[in-house]
Design a protein around this ligand. Structure first.
Ligand code: SF4
Ligand code: SF4
Ligand code: FES
Length: 262
């Protein structure tokens, strides 16, 4: 139990952590051990302040990569909570454990060889999806506030477009799968569905195909060589003086005056 009067010195100070001046120290528990850390730090910074160095379990530090999934409880509370360590502020008496990887079902498949009914392919590769008991634990666990149970329900019904849209913000942290009583790997199944959706259901992006073809044909080689041959300050000047798209341009309508390099 934490004693508010006790002040433990941290073992070391992580080099990425700059504690706010005058910040009060609060007790947190990392892998079962108590540390005093300044308030207002994220869990990730608090862990570093306590002297740990991340080798895994840390990537973007901006809530995007999903590498820092974390479970925590408050001493005296029964509720298991979850969040991303880089986005969740450490609070007094948090008992923290990170889950940087979860052994999910990741079957082998070749998207180019999927010729049959996509829904049946989902059933073949991820049969556990159809065993969802609708408990909602995944939705309550998701740090991105995604209605995971709902996208699983859409998958079961064969609404792959709906499931792809609903799961779009998933950062692949794996926290949902770690708590599923039906042992469903929601996030890898959803990734499969989004890949199917992108490859077989979305209309083809004609302009992208055209641009890829232009790149392959070597259209930009000369321009790139010219850029590489320029002095750094000239490249910077070119960048600063470039013609910019106005902030409120109507999508697809704006064109630069000089179109020679498009
Ligand atoms: S759906 Fe699952 S893997 Fe994706 S962000 Fe939510 S909890 Fe993480
Ligand atoms: S935790 Fe598993 S069983 Fe429960 S709703 Fe989510 S997917 Fe279904
Ligand atoms: S480090 Fe990337 S989401 Fe936290």
């Amino acid at each position: 139990m934490a004693d508010d009067k006790k002040t433990l010195k941290p073992l070391a100070t992580g080099d990425r952590t700059i504690p706010p001046e005058g910040a009060k120290e609060i007790p947190i528990y990392i892998m079962g051990r108590e540390y005093m850390v300044p308030e207002t730090l994220t869990i990730m910074k608090a862990v570093e302040y306590a002297g740990y160095t991340y080798v895994r379990g840390c990537g973007c530090r901006g809530g995007i990569c999903g590498a820092c999934g974390t479970f925590y409880r408050f001493i005296g509370g029964y509720r298991l909570r979850s969040g991303l360590a880089c986005q969740t502020v450490a609070e007094p008496n948090m008992v923290i454990m990170q889950l940087p990887f979860f052994p999910a079902n990741r079957p082998d498949y070749d998207l180019d060889k999927i010729t049959g009914n996509p829904h049946e392919e989902l059933r073949r590769l991820y049969p556990e999806v159809f065993k969802c008991v609708g408990c909602g634990t995944c939705t309550r666990t998701c740090p991105m506030d995604i209605d995971v149970m709902d996208y699983i329900a859409l998958m079961k019904r064969g609404d792959l477009k709906g499931a792809a849209h609903k799961s779009f913000d998933c950062v692949m942290c794996g926290l949902c799968a770690s708590r599923c009583p039906a042992q469903i790997s929601q996030f890898t199944a959803a990734m499969f569905v989004r890949r199917l959706f992108g490859k077989y259901m979305l209309p083809k992006a004609g302009h992208l195909e055209k641009r890829v073809e232009e790149v392959r044909s070597g259209k930009y080689e000369k321009m790139l060589s010219e850029l590489l041959a320029m002095k750094e300050e000239d490249v910077k000047k070119l960048y600063v003086e470039r013609e910019r798209e106005p902030d409120l341009a109507e999508p697809g309508k704006w064109m630069p005056k000089d179109t020679a390099k498009l």
